[in-house]
Design a protein around this ligand. Structure first.
Ligand SMILES: [Ca+2]
Length: 378
């Protein structure tokens, strides 16, 4: 069952949807007792104890005694449930094989800080920025390719989350609204940082940040010496997005849009080198636009490397590319795996990246609910 909470000036309503298939794929609205949602007297996100005592627990007790109707008499099913907001999922891979929100894929190995996704629409101002670092193989040698090492996201409410990979590449540092939350999550995996505008939690090692006013959720996980990120975006932003993740209009062929809104097609973006020079690098952020928090003594400049030239897979000799395809499973080889093997010769990294690619194929087309909630331990 997926649950969505609609906010209203006077009360809250819980709309429940059947869950179909894998993960959060939502089915139809359920109005059948006891599955149906109800009007609530307390917001489960911000008044969890009141919600539990006066709503969730009350329903449990009534239904356990065969009197669900008593609960629904006091907490009726809502007359209107807003349509479940579909969200789209995109993944970034260990090295930046970027999936656009429309499901397009391309390789970009910029070394710096970039705008991944920017929305300025109907009062929503949302920015997701990423930092990349040089990729390293298992023995620590760097290669001319990059991985994601940090993400920061902020919306118009001023809510901000930053997740950064530690120097030893084994941990994540988490900041929420300017506070270092790393120890909170290390000491208590159930810790939730919550305001009326943002909720930051950890689920099975993945940091999840939900921007409540913007209806955007960012999930960040630690891979094999890299970070991955998954983004869930409300359908209402269709065609209103810019940045490295494309425009989210449902068309995979028009995602190379520059900051000046020019769209690049065909021969302007038909090689990795052209994508790098003509598109990706133009989404570099600068000292003014960066949202990152920098440790003492560091600035955006230390993380910006416009002089860097990555290698480009499509410039590798054919026999090497064929070898990488063979190592990565032949016909099933994913682009992520091929790239990692060419870059590193490290089969385990290639396989890890390939596995992410498989998961992504399942998730990119999936829909989800705006959020699930859990009752904190009291
Ligand atoms: Ca598009």
């Amino acid at each position: 069952m997926n649950i969505k909470i609609d906010f209203d000036l006077h009360y809250f309503k819980e709309c429940c949807y059947r869950r179909w298939g894998f993960r959060f794929r939502p089915g139809p609205l359920s109005s059948r007792i006891p599955e149906a949602g109800s009007v609530l007297s307390a917001n489960p996100f911000f008044q969890p104890i009141d919600y539990y005592q006066d709503n969730s627990r009350a329903k449990e007790v009534c239904c356990a005694s065969g009197h669900c109707d008593w609960y629904y008499n006091l907490r009726p099913r809502p007359r209107f449930c807003l349509r479940l907001i579909p969200v789209r999922t995109a993944w970034f891979f260990g090295d930046p094989h970027i999936n656009t929100l429309d499901g397009g894929k391309y390789t970009f190995n910029g070394y710096g800080e970039y705008t991944m996704m920017k929305i300025d629409h109907n009062g929503t101002k949302f920015d997701l920025q990423a930092r990349t670092d040089l990729a390293t193989n298992a023995n620590g040698t760097t290669i001319n390719a990059t991985i994601f090492s940090a993400f920061v996201a902020k919306d118009q409410t001023g809510s901000i989350v930053q997740v950064e990979m530690s120097r030893n590449k084994k941990n994540m540092y988490v900041r929420g609204n300017g506070r270092d939350l790393t120890l909170e999550f290390e000491n208590n995996p159930d810790y939730v940082f919550r305001t009326v505008n943002i909720s930051i939690s950890m689920d099975n090692g993945t940091i999840e940040a939900s921007f409540i006013q913007s209806a955007i959720t960012i999930k960040i996980s630690l891979g094999v010496r890299f970070l991955t990120s998954e983004t869930m975006v409300d359908e209402k932003y269709r065609g209103k997005v810019t940045g490295l993740m494309g425009n989210f209009d449902g068309n995979t062929t028009n995602d190379f849009i520059l900051p000046n809104r020019t769209t690049l097609y065909g021969s302007n973006v038909d090689t990795e080198r052209k994508i790098y020079n003509n598109f990706g690098q133009l989404w570099s952020i600068n000292v003014t636009t960066s949202l990152f928090h920098y440790d003492t003594g560091l600035t955006h400049d230390e993380y910006s490397h416009p002089e860097f030239v990555p290698f480009f897979i499509d410039e590798f000799p054919e026999d090497k590319r064929n070898k990488s395809i063979e190592v990565c499973g032949g016909a099933k080889a994913t682009q992520a795996c091929i790239f990692d093997f060419l870059a590193t010769g490290d089969q385990s990294l290639a396989e890890a990246s390939g596995a992410d690619d498989d998961t992504s194929a399942t998730d990119t087309a999936s829909l989800g609910c705006i959020s699930n909630y859990r009752i904190p331990k009291t």
